[in-house]
Design a protein around this ligand. Structure first.
Ligand code: C2E
Ligand code: MG
Ligand code: MG
Ligand code: MG
Length: 289
């Protein structure tokens, strides 16, 4: 394995560069998987946060926790790529545990500093079928003394649909802890909202692939508006992700969408920058269109 890793490094000149050729790509991915274990152990992961804003009041209503990997030799590795690798390799559990620890200690630090943002943590499909997950989270609540209202979880549609029965059981246990649950990337799977609302969830996040083009593409606009309407009829909070422009924001206001998240409001940032960002936002809010 070491030889393969070495060759992959030489061949690709680093993980960030795609060397071309299936074999080289395969070796690059193998090497990256090996390094991921070390990344968790050796503190190469970082907690970034992206604020979410309540559209009606324009107040911050929380943030999403997003992991970043700063590789010592190869710089930052794309998050979607290493998450997918970890899921495929069955090694997502240590990463999830790292993220849970990071999120709870960050919320504690914010609270001490007078900032009480609910933080949403992404769970993967494997986590849903991890029988120890709920107990671990219960332990973190006990250790950090954090109010359940300050923790949310985001689960993708595809994760939930992979094994609906096991998924439902975990959701029920998580809800018993008093946290809020959101369905992530809504619209990219093939499940109906009427099925999903049978699950004990509080809201849906409309995937950015529908939100970003909604002001230029009629079909996307229809999907967004009908999801908001149906979501509201089912008593769910509706979040739009990928809010990149003022034009999108204004359409979401008109459609009475509940919450917005995206580059228009803020890029994801290191958790330590959130307090400063929050004071600026409370003073200036959204820049006028
Ligand atoms: P996600 O949960 O749907 O997170 C939203 C993604 O959209 C983030 O990408 C965020 O940086 C990006 N984004 C936010 N606003 C905008 C915008 O206005 N325009 C565009 N183009 N993109 C925007 P990121 O951070 O690269 O994460 C990618 C995915 O990786 C996440 O998608 C989530 O599925 C997964 N992920 C991230 N952190 C974790 C984690 O700690 N655990 C697990 N299991 N998955 C994670
Ligand atoms: Mg998410
Ligand atoms: Mg999402
Ligand atoms: Mg997404």
């Amino acid at each position: 394995a070491n030889v393969a890793m070495h060759q992959a490094n030489l061949a690709s000149g680093g993980y960030a560069i795609y060397a071309g050729g299936q074999e080289q790509e395969h070796m690059r991915r193998l090497a990256l998987m090996g390094d991921l274990h070390r990344a968790v152990r050796e503190h190469e992961l970082r907690l970034f946060c992206q604020p979410k804003v309540d559209i009606a009041s324009r107040r911050v209503c929380g943030a999403e926790a997003l992991v970043r990997w700063q590789h010592p030799q190869h710089g930052s590795v794309r998050t979607a790529e290493f998450i997918q690798l970890a899921e495929e390799a069955g090694t997502i559990t240590p990463l999830t545990n790292w993220m849970l620890e990071a999120a709870f200690s960050q919320i504690y630090a914010w609270h001490e500093a007078g900032l009480d943002w609910p933080l949403a943590i992404n769970l993967s499909g494997h986590d849903l079928y991890d029988p120890r997950l709920t107990e671990r989270i219960r332990g973190l609540f006990a250790t950090w003394g954090i109010a359940p209202e300050l923790i949310q979880f985001e689960l993708t549609e595809s994760a939930l649909m992979a094994n609906p029965a096991a998924g439902l059981e975990t959701l029920i246990h998580l809800k018993q802890l008093g946290v809020k649950l959101f369905i992530d990337d809504y619209g990219t799977g093939y499940s109906s909202l009427s099925y999903l609302q049978k699950l004990p969830v509080d809201g849906v996040k409309i995937d950015q692939s529908f939100v970003m083009p909604m002001v230029v593409n009629g079909n996307s606009a229809t999907i967004v508006s009908s999801t908001i309407e149906l979501g509201h009829n089912l008593g769910l909070t509706v979040v739009a992700e990928g809010v990149e422009s003022a034009a999108i924001w204004h359409r979401l206001v008109a459609l009475k969408c509940d919450v917005a998240q995206g580059y228009l409001i803020s890029m994801p940032m290191p958790a330590a920058q959130c307090q400063a960002w929050n004071s600026t936002w409370s003073q200036n809010g959204l820049a006028p269109a």
